[in-house]
Every structure is written in structure tokens, then in C-alpha cells.
Design a protein around this ligand. Structure first.
Ligand code: GDP
Length: 203
């Protein structure tokens, strides 16, 4: 439900994927309710809406369970997806290889061709977490995406909330921006205040 008048908001579907325990449910509830919640492994999916600037579509975020047995179901959510957020536990060195393989598998799907990717290098609050640059390198994001889809790596923490709004603002921006725009251009434009996202309680 929109809170800005009677006209219904356009909604863009954003799919949030990542290995189990990467922090998807935690960051979704932090972003939406500014609350830290005790999460249980997602069986099925969580759906939340985030309100954005009037000129941008609202975002419907699908958090699909990341456990191994859930991953074959990810593909059922690909149709109508306008953006992909891939969440990585930056502090879990032992699972970055598994995360890379899952990310590459997802990016191969025809129905996700060309759509923007934001990688959240999550759990940056933990000591020893890899930098976003290192996460980017280990996931081979540049090689997978350059020239094919707009992408961005955003450091974040689902516990402190750092980087979460920025990550989803980047997504809104990337959804509106032609692929040919450079990363440098994106950084300049992202300083504009017009991409503010506020959490909106729905339903
Ligand atoms: P999901 O399986 O990807 O949905 O992961 P959860 O949201 O259930 O989080 C898994 C565990 O990681 C929980 O114990 C969270 O409290 C913890 N966690 C999630 N995000 C962060 C973070 O940014 N920093 C830290 N330190 N812990 C986190």
C-alpha cells in the first residue's frame, strides 16, 4: 500500500540470494524495521516491500532460502526479477568458493540476463572480514559481469545496518541506468540525494 496518495506505486521485484547464513533475513528486517531479529533458516521465502522516491518504483524484496536443499527452487523466482542482490558472508573464508559457484550458476540463467547485480559484502562488522574488493576478486564478479550487466559491490552489516540503504539505492540507480555508464559516473550520481529509500510498513 502506498502512503503518498491514492495512485498505486509501481513495484520492481528484487531477488535476494546467497548461501544460508550469509545474513539475508537479518539485513532485510534491519532495513525494513530497523530491528535486529533472531532469525531461523528460511524455508521457502520472506517477502518485504521497501518504499523509494516517488519517481522510482517501490521494491519488493524476495529473500529466498539459501540452504543447499532450497537452491534448486531459486530459479522459480527468476521471472519478472528486475534486480539481483547477492549476499555474501565476508568473514567466512571457507565458503567464498561455494558462494562464487552459486553466483555464477545464477548469472547464467537466461531470464536474469542483463539485470543489475548488487553484491552485498556483508558482515563487515566482524573482525577479519574480507574487504569488498577482495570479495569481488574471489567471486570473480568483474569477469562475470563486465559488459553484460550493471553491477556494484557494497560493504554492509546486517547487525549495524551500515551499507544497507546504500546497497538498495545502488540497485534503484542501476535499474534506471544504461549499462554503458561507467562505474565512475555511478559514483558521482549516487551522491545525489534523490535516491533516498525509507522503510515503509506494509500489510
Ligand atoms: P540467512 O540464512 O542468509 O537468512 O542468514 P541470517 O539472516 O539467518 O543470519 C545468519 C546468522 O548471521 C545469524 O546468527 C545472524 O545474527 C548473523 N548475521 C547476519 N548478518 C550479520 C552481520 O552483518 N554481522 C554479524 N556479525 N552477524 C550477522
Amino acid at each position: 500500500m502506498g502512503m503518498h496518495g491514492s495512485k498505486p506505486r509501481r513495484q520492481a521485484q528484487v531477488l535476494m540470494l546467497g548461501l544460508d547464513q550469509s545474513g539475508k533475513s537479518t539485513l532485510l528486517y534491519k532495513l525494513k524495521y530497523n530491528e535486529s531479529v533472531v532469525t531461523v533458516p528460511t524455508v521457502g521465502f520472506n517477502v518485504e516491500t521497501l518504499d523509494t522516491e516517488r519517481s522510482s518504483p517501490g521494491l519488493t524484496i524476495w529473500d529466498v532460502g539459501g540452504q543447499r536443499k532450497m537452491r534448486p527452487h531459486w530459479k522459480h523466482h527468476y521471472a519478472d526479477t528486475a534486480g539481483l542482490v547477492f549476499v555474501v558472508d565476508s568473514a567466512e573464508a571457507g565458503r567464498l568458493d561455494e558462494a562464487r559457484k552459486e553466483l555464477h550458476r545464477v548469472l547464467k540463467y537466461e531470464s536474469l540476463r542483463g539485470i543489475p547485480l548488487v553484491v552485498l559484502a556483508n558482515k563487515q562488522d566482524l573482525c577479519g572480514a574480507f574487504s569488498p574488493e577482495e570479495v569481488c576478486r574471489r567471486l570473480e564478479v568483474r569477469r562475470q559481469c563486465e559488459g553484460r550487466r550493471p553491477w556494484f559491490i557494497q560493504p554492509s552489516s546486517g547487525i549495524t545496518g551500515a551499507g544497507l540503504e546504500e546497497g538498495f539505492r545502488r540497485m534503484v540507480y542501476l535499474m534506471k541506468t544504461p549499462l554503458r555508464q561507467t562505474q565512475a559516473d555511478i559514483q558521482v550520481k549516487m551522491k545525489s540525494k534523490s535516491f533516498r529509500i525509507t522503510a515503509l510498513l506494509c500489510g
